[in-house]
Design a binder for this molecule. Structure first.
Ligand SMILES: Nc1ncnc2c1ncn2[C@@H]1O[C@H](COP(=O)(O)OP(=O)(O)O)[C@@H](O)[C@H]1O
Ligand SMILES: [Mg+2]
Length: 643
């Protein structure tokens, strides 16, 4: 298809926008509300609808066995509105949506601040920004023409008629005209409020329409005009005292009317300052500057900060009244490896970062981030915990380790509130790239090095630093070598998958015959044979199953796969984790020549060179670039097979 011309794009966009635009007298607006009462809904309901519009799904509605394993006992919803941009914080998002849901029903929550609290880089600002962007692409809203606060047109209805209009329109009407509109109504329209012009407005953060932002304010200059606007001194000479034409209702809470107001690092502000925020939330009014009474506001008030600020604020008893009016949602770090990787993929995709990212690079960096966030437990080591939290099955001494993930979580106190932040990791990825003079490429090796250097230089308590270095130099080193060995084996072994499946089938045939005390029918010759115990043992010993343990293991394998088959699962060598490990290890040991071929570059014969080249090609095909393929093979030669 042809690309549309610029002109075409611009025209189409304009037409689309104009088709949504509307203006007319208040009387016609009333008809619009009668036809669709939702256009007059309050801010919380508007945001709730915006979040729900793309729909939801159950987290278990997937084929991913890791997700099924992790969430088997929970019913957790995934909200599509957030799902492409936020990973591993489904519960946090669930709490945020719950707030909007009950606030949209005008519950107590609609009069409370939604406050996100969590460590740096846990996604607080991004969550707020997502809501703001959501509003910006939502349909426009209707407002009184010229109102500095874009107020709801229904405010024009006099009090004594509201009950009747509420019934006719099927809406709830609250709030009164702002001083500016009240004055204009009296001056220009007299009693004929039905003629007052109504327009549509689009939410925009930059234009400060329906979205207000309050950065932390200098504590020595907490002028509330930032929040509630001010009187224009130059106009004080022209108009008489009390004339609302002197008002500049352009504070963050004014412009947030109909939408939302964000308070960044909220508790850096003085208590007095926070009172305006609380009144706006609790009473839905704010003072107008000077002597102009109070102004009605309808906005979602959303604040965020880190935990230290929150604790300090909470400890001060004079703040009790405020505390009572805050719904706290903890935004902790994600603790699922697969999701952490998605976070960095997203950040990289949205940035100018242009380099090759070698396989497993983000995985290794993410492992470090998550290890640093985990609390130790007596039930297992930290790497095992990380894998269990990722929904993996962990094999230990030939058995899948049975530790209940929910119990692990229940045992923790503040897991996910400490540790390495997403920003730290991103910085390390940048450093790895700028340090790499040979290639435009980051890989697990240079990233681990960059992380190590950063940890050495970071301002950290000594024992934390020591632990982080241990993660990097010891645990991650080992984990990565394991990954790498598998990867190289896969690239080296011609049709790895088929070989693994064939070992698996053979193992099953023989183990089944062994368990049932029958014979094995050879697939080709149809000969009946005794089960080959030597072969069974050669697989089992890979995961340290020897002697009397073997019989139990064989029974377990058969029972497990039998049950899986009955559930309708497709059986493969990957189905039963301990057996998969054993088969993969068996494949690795069967290709001992890898090591010779990789390490002894100079003495390769023709056949070996061909094998080597084929392996390199396979690695290139699976995502390595010419630069990092060299790096990882050298690394493997030095670390895996140096005899
Ligand atoms: N769970 C997560 N899912 C997706 N992205 C995340 C997550 N946590 C952090 N991020 C990303 O990390 C970066 C830093 O997050 P940010 O929102 O600035 O954190 P905070 O405001 O909590 O300090 C952002 O690019 C953000 O999108
Ligand atoms: Mg932030």
């Amino acid at each position: 298809m042809d690309k549309p011309s610029f002109e075409q794009l611009i025209k189409e966009d304009r037409a689309a926008r104009e088709s949504k635009r509307w203006n007319g007298p208040f009387l016609e607006y009333l008809e619009l509300v009668r036809a669709d009462p939702t256009i007059a809904r309050l801010s919380h309901a508007r945001l709730h609808e915006m979040i729900m519009r793309p729909g939801t799904r159950d987290i278990l509605d997937t084929d991913d066995p890791q997700v099924k394993r992790l969430y088997k006992d929970e019913s957790l919803k995934v909200y599509r509105f957030f799902a492409d941009e936020f990973f591993g914080i489904e519960k946090t998002i669930g709490q945020i949506v719950r707030y909007f849901h009950s606030a949209s029903l005008k519950g107590e929550e609609s009069r409370q601040v939604l406050y996100l609290m969590g460590p740096v880089g846990s996604g607080k600002s991004s969550l707020v920004e997502k809501l703001q962007r959501g509003l910006e692409s939502a349909p426009p809203f209707f407002a009184i023409d010229g109102c500095p606060m874009y107020e709801e047109p229904l405010h024009l209805l006099p009090r004594h008629l509201r009950k009747e209009f509420e019934k006719m329109l099927g809406v709830h009407i609250e709030g009164d005209l702002c001083p500016v509109c009240r004055f204009r109504l009296k001056e220009e329209f007299g009693t004929r409020y039905e003629e007052f012009p109504i327009v549509t407005k689009e939410f925009s953060k930059r234009n400060r329409s329906g979205i207000g932002v309050v950065p932390p304010v200098d504590p020595n200059n907490q002028d509330t005009s930032v929040l509630i606007g001010s009187e224009d001194i130059s106009k004080l000479d022209i108009y008489s005292e009390g004339d609302p034409r002197v008002l500049d209702l352009n504070g963050a809470l004014n412009v947030a009317n109909r939408g939302m107001c964000e308070f960044i690092e909220v508790f850096k502000n003085e208590t007095e300052y926070l009172h305006a925020m609380i009144t706006a939330t609790q009473e839905k009014i704010i003072p107008a500057p000077g002597r102009h009474g109070m102004v009605y506001v309808d906005a979602v008030i959303l604040a965020h900060s880190n935990e230290a600020e929150w604790q300090k604020f909470k400890a001060d008893h004079t703040n009790e009244a405020i505390l009572d009016r805050i719904v706290v949602v903890k935004v902790s770090y994600n603790l699922r490896l697969s999701e952490e990787v998605k976070i960095y993929r997203k950040i990289i995709r949205n940035s100018d970062f242009q380099a090759h990212v070698a396989p497993h690079t983000l995985e290794v960096a993410s492992m470090f981030a998550i290890l640093s966030r985990l609390e130790p437990t007596p039930k297992c080591d930290l790497v095992t915990k990380l894998k269990l939290y990722n929904g993996e099955e962990v094999v230990e001494k030939g058995k899948t380790k049975k530790v209940d993930v929910q119990e692990l979580r229940d045992d923790t106190k503040r897991e996910g509130m400490n540790g390495i932040s997403t920003r730290f990791i991103m910085k390390a990825l940048d450093n790895a790239l700028s340090d790499n003079v040979d290639g435009n490429c980051i890989n697990p090796i240079n990233v681990r090095e960059a992380l190590t250097n950063m940890v050495k230089e970071a301002d950290l308590p000594d024992d934390t630093r020591k632990q982080y270095l241990e993660f990097l130099q010891d645990i991650l080193h080992k984990e990565y070598l394991e990954l790498l060995e598998k990867e190289i084996t896969k690239a080296f072994v011609y049709s790895y998958q088929e070989q693994a499946e064939s070992l698996f089938q053979n193992y099953l045939d023989h183990a089944e015959a062994f368990v049932n005390k029958t014979r094995v029918k050879d697939r080709d010759t149809r000969e009946e044979l005794q089960p080959d115990e030597g072969f069974l043992k050669s697989i089992e010993e890979q995961i340290a199953i020897i002697g009397s343990a073997a019989e139990g293991f064989r029974q377990e394998v058969i029972a497990y796969l039998w049950a899986a088959g009955r559930r309708g699962e497709r059986i493969s060598y990957r189905s039963y984790e301990p057996l998969k490990e054993a088969i993969e290890k068996k494949l690795m040991t069967s290709v001992r020549e890898i090591s010779r071929i990789i390490t002894k570059a100079r003495t390769r014969d023709e056949e070996q060179t061909a094998k080597y080249d084929a392996m390199v090609q396979n690695l290139l095909d699976s995502g390595y670039c010419p630069s990092c393929v060299d790096v990882v093979l050298k690394y493997a030669a030095n670390n895996l097979w140096k005899d």
